[in-house]
Design a protein. Structure first.
Length: 235
């Protein structure tokens, strides 16, 4: 993978660098052995996992997780109830497996891009852009994950919260390091990281609002970076 400065990367360039296979949640589920697959033929498993994931996101967003049933998923995925149960024992297991795998993919890609940059400003820009570009590419997953984390078990909710805080901590560490190197001014870096994370979340939670304003993800990313720079960069 070629190196791109955080300043310069566009969404189209990001898509070229991150092919569909890199964000394939179903592939991660299958090869990570997150659950026992009773059907051994890989091609069949991958195809059906994709159907189940698509159905979960579509039906879940439309009806909500609590109202969604395994029968709803069976119909939406075009699989028999028996076939669906051969993969997952419950909708709670589906939620747990797909959300945890998605979080791991996102963590890996964020770390990969930010670690390429040595300059703290470029590192911060990369973190902002990659997070936004991932939410654009995986919009349904991000929205569903945010809305339905409350329906996970206590243990899985704690993992989801930890993942969220880990992403926020990554931004905070960049800010702290940049301050030490004289690039960023002194302030409450923890609070600043929380506010930046909230601005990033706004893109996928209120996407329709920006669509009406004809603002795309590149424009939003550039504005957020400019906004943060105006507050944070040392002149």
């Amino acid at each position: 993978m070629g190196s791109l400065k955080g300043y310069d990367m566009t969404y189209s360039e990001f898509i070229e660098l991150i092919p569909e296979s890199r964000i394939d949640i179903c592939s991660g589920v299958f090869f990570g052995n997150s659950y026992k697959v009773k059907i051994k033929k890989e091609e069949t498993v991958m195809r059906n996992l994709g159907k189940i994931l698509d159905a979960t996101l579509s039906v879940g967003i439309e009806k909500g997780f609590q109202a969604m049933t395994m029968r709803d998923l069976s119909a939406a995925a075009g699989l028999s109830m028996g076939a669906l149960y051969s993969y997952f024992s419950s909708k709670e297991e589906i939620l747990k497996v797909f959300l945890s795998q998605g979080r791991e993919i996102i963590r890996q890609i964020l770390v990969e891009f930010t670690e390429k940059e040595n300059d703290p400003v470029a590192k911060l820009n990369a973190a902002i852009k990659v997070h936004l570009f991932l939410t654009e590419r995986m919009h349904k997953w991000f929205y569903f994950s945010y809305m339905e984390t409350k329906n996970l078990s206590l243990q899985e909710r704690e993992k989801a919260v930890y993942s969220e805080l880990r992403a926020e901590k990554l931004i905070e560490e960049i800010l702290v390091d940049g301050h030490k190197k004289g690039a960023f001014r002194e302030t409450d870096h923890s609070l600043a990281a929380s506010v930046i994370k909230a601005m990033l979340q706004d893109w996928y939670l209120k996407r329709g609002k920006y669509s009406k304003k004809q603002i795309d993800v590149d424009q939003y990313a550039e504005f957020i970076i400019s906004f943060i720079h105006s507050f944070y960069l040392k002149l």
